[in-house]
Design a protein around this ligand. Structure first.
Ligand code: UDP
Length: 240
């Protein structure tokens, strides 16, 4: 596919146009940021790990009937995707308390939720620092219609069921993750963005060792090894 104009460069990915107006290329970078871009660094081989892992998980989700933007792998670090008009909302799905939820409700990290999953909505606004929103705030802002919000919420729960089972069979506990959705040219709601250790909390089921970006955020070391281990388990056979 012809790599056209660079349309967008974010913290972890670059999106390019192609010769097909409805197809983009999404190229994953090794650069990493945390805390609203205040912490910056590089995670060796991350672009390849996140691309290959996202490709495999999008294909798994498509097989399970969840529509995604994934069209195919283009290279080690790039995939072809449907062009989507993205909802300006991040959907965070949680099974176990961690990160900002631990701070918000005061439960220690690692506490299982009584009635999982919780789905939260965050406003994609750099100016406001991506705040948590209630559905009434979403109604007021009209960044996503009530119908699209409920469809994406149902899809978020389906993604959780599929991924939880997949990771569990590979000795990984899916603690929480962030999803982004948008609409394709035909008006179909699809899952976009990526599914990777950048966007998911993944804990080794036996030891609770963190195998995700928290190792970078919290200066725990062993970041590259953790990403490589997740890719190995995702692309390898079931282990449990
Ligand atoms: N997350 C993400 N991008 C964001 C914010 C969160 O991918 O901009 C993911 C994060 O990796 C975790 C989940 O969403 O798996 C929940 O994150 P949380 O709200 O706990 O935020 P944190 O404390 O990590 O900033």
């Amino acid at each position: 596919m012809i790599r056209g104009e660079k349309l967008y460069e974010g913290k972890a990915k670059v999106v390019y146009a192609t010769d097909d107006p409805d197809v983009y290329l999404q190229d994953f970078k090794d650069s990493a940021t945390a805390f609203d871009g205040k912490k910056k660094g590089t995670i060796g081989d991350k672009g390849r790990v996140n691309n290959i892992m996202s490709a495999q998980l999008f294909a798994l989700l498509e097989e399970a009937g969840v529509k995604t933007h994934f069209l195919g792998l283009e290279s080690d670090t790039a995939m072809r995707i449907h062009r989507l008009d993205m909802f300006q909302v991040e959907f965070v799905v949680r099974n176990i308390v961690a990160g900002s939820l631990s701070k918000r409700i005061g439960y220690p990290e690692g506490t299982p939720l009584k009635n999982p999953p919780i789905v939260e909505y965050y406003y994609k606004s750099d100016d406001l620092g991506d705040p948590l929103l209630c559905s009434a705030h979403l109604d007021e802002l009209q960044v996503v219609s009530p119908e699209d919000l409920s469809e994406a919420t149902v899809m978020s729960k389906s993604v959780n069921s599929v991924l939880q089972e997949f990771f569990a069979a590979r000795g990984i506990t899916l603690v929480d993750f962030k999803l982004e959705f948008g609409k394709d040219a035909a008006g179909v709601v699809r899952l976009g963005d990526e599914i990777s250790p950048d966007t998911c909390r993944l804990w080794d089921s036996a030891t609770n060792e963190k195998l995700d970006k928290d190792r970078f955020r919290r200066d725990m070391g062993g970041v590259e090894d953790a990403y490589a281990e997740v890719l190995r388990r995702v692309t390898g056979p079931e282990s449990a």
